[in-house]
Write a new protein. Structure first.
Length: 322
């Protein structure tokens, strides 16, 4: 038994020869967003996502889902929530090798006791959604890694989950298939609007997918923010180092680089303040004139020059006006 006299620090745990996988983690996942948890190996990100589903029991705190503290839910209530409201996809696909694609996708519906006709209809819809129509009778050994991952995704979606946990689902895939699966996730999200908690150690993957990112280190959440907020305003040197090699043009928006609008701005081509630099860099450099930056109401809020964009793309030092 160790009495730390309050909140334990990393050095307290080290002196006690203990490892705190997750400690003092406070976060809120918003409905319909892709919330990414990232950090280096051993930072606690996978433990955190397993705590959110109570696959690992948190030792303290609250875990509120749909207004109910899951730490107070009975075993039967928790099983029901997992079966009907949560979907999970892990790094290892865990497909049942003796079942074909249709049977694998329908398996959680079989566990729920749904009749054969209904579960096959639902499974077929998910198979079509992930682009595997025509492979319903194939077995996992007959599929590529990317196709197996799609089966895992279809299976987790078959229960129509309210929240979807994805723990490094693409890390075992080669780079081309990985990018294809990232695109597939964004397509699915545009259709399904799921609440997603996605674990990764790859910042490029995170900035491509995330609405917001939580960065973990030694079991603690160091900072939560949008990719742009993390790059513009890192809370610690660790976060700054974590984001140092990112492609800034893919992260930063026009708002990050704009200057106050001049009197000529009304005559310039317009670009939305939220547009990423990469999406209009070629156009502004070719135009050889500034762009007017506008908000959602089409009101001019600033301007951005070709030289500013060129400096960013060439790696020159820059400073956010925010």
């Amino acid at each position: 038994m160790h009495n730390f006299g309050g909140v334990a620090t990393a050095s307290d745990f080290e002196r006690a020869h203990l490892i705190a996988a997750v400690r003092g983690a406070t976060l809120e996942v918003r409905e319909g967003e892709i919330f990414i948890v990232m950090g280096l190996s051993g930072s606690g990100k996978s433990t955190l996502v397993r705590c959110l589903s109570r696959l690992i029991e948190p030792t303290a705190g609250e875990l509120v889902f749909d207004g109910k503290d899951l730490l107070k839910a009975s075993e039967a209530e928790l099983i029901d929530i997992r079966r009907h409201k949560m979907g999970m996809v892990f790094q290892h696909f865990a497909l049942l090798p003796h079942l074909n694609v249709m049977e694998n996708v329908a398996f959680p519906l079989f566990i729920q006791g749904i009749d054969r006709e209904q579960r096959q209809e639902r499974a077929q819809a998910m198979i079509d959604l992930v682009g595997l129509k025509g492979r319903e009778r194939h077995f996992p050994a007959q599929l590529s890694g990317g196709q197996q991952q799609r089966v895992g995704i279809a299976r987790s979606l078959a229960v129509e989950p309210e929240i979807w946990f994805l723990d490094e689902p693409y890390s075992a895939l080669d780079p081309l298939i990985r990018r294809e699966m990232q695109t597939e996730l964004m397509r699915l999200q545009s259709v399904l609007k799921k609440t997603i908690v996605f674990i990764t150690h790859d910042f490029d993957e995170a900035i491509r997918l995330a609405d917001r990112i939580a960065i973990m280190k030694d079991g603690e959440i160091i900072q939560i923010g949008t990719p742009e907020e993390l790059v513009n305003h890192p809370a610690t040197d660790y976060v700054a180092e974590f984001t140092s090699d990112v492609n800034l043009a893919k992260v930063l928006s026009a708002r990050s680089l704009m200057k106050p609008a001049s009197g000529d701005a009304a005559g310039y081509p317009k670009i939305n303040a939220k547009a990423k630099i990469a999406s209009f860099s070629a156009a502004i450099v070719d135009s050889a004139q500034p762009f007017a930056v506008v908000d959602g109401e089409d009101e001019i809020v600033g301007e951005i020059s070709p030289r500013t964009v060129i400096d960013l793309l060439s790696g020159k030092d820059w400073e956010s006006p925010a």
